[in-house]
Design a protein. Structure first.
Length: 188
């Protein structure tokens, strides 16, 4: 949604100039909800925020997949008409809000907290590299997946968001209020 948002907005009926404006608004929204996450993380906790983020991202990406299952495809042109174009728009923006308020910033918070002191520096380097590899995977697979179908692409990413929910639920401990020394026992 972040990398290919201009294409998405054109698909739901906006002109190129409108699509660029909406992309800027989406980016500003992402910054605003990231600030909100920074303000809430020590009050609410990391785990609850990640769980809510995973749920909302799964639902919003699932709704994107559903909306694009009703798309009109003519060659390389894809269009969505009502009622599915507003559903896709709202879902895309809901994803941005959920990601920006949870997973976007909180992964970096958790990475600094979850590794024992004796391996923290090396583990953070490996984890940051893994983040960039995953980011590269998403960036490079979307064109291929969308050439299969946007329903498939958004459905695949919805399944990944669902996996993040399962992972956090079963494997990520709450680190709110814990001292780094206490984290030695909580490492995943």
């Amino acid at each position: 949604i972040f990398y290919y948002s201009t294409t998405l907005w054109r698909t739901v009926g906006f002109q190129e100039s409108d699509a660029l404006t909406i992309t800027v608004i989406t980016s500003v929204t992402n910054i605003a909800v990231t600030i909100l996450a920074i303000l809430l993380v020590d009050k609410v906790g990391r785990r609850p925020m990640l769980l809510v983020g995973s749920i909302v991202m799964t639902l919003s990406l699932g709704m994107m997949a559903l909306a694009f299952s009703f798309a009109d495809v003519s060659g390389s042109d894809i269009t969505l008409s009502a009622p599915w174009s507003p559903v896709a728009l709202v879902s895309a923006n809901l994803f941005v809000v959920a990601f920006g308020a949870t997973w976007g910033p909180l992964v970096w918070v958790l990475l600094g907290e979850m590794f024992p002191n004796r391996i923290r520096a090396g583990a953070l380097a490996v984890a940051a590299a893994a983040q960039w590899v995953a980011n590269f995977f998403i960036f490079t697979t979307f064109p291929t997946f969308s050439s299969i179908s946007l329903t498939f692409a958004y459905g695949f990413y919805a399944a990944c968001a669902l996996l993040s929910l399962v992972f956090v639920f079963f494997r990520v401990p709450e680190t709110k209020g814990k001292e780094l020394e206490e984290m030695e026992d909580l490492s995943v």
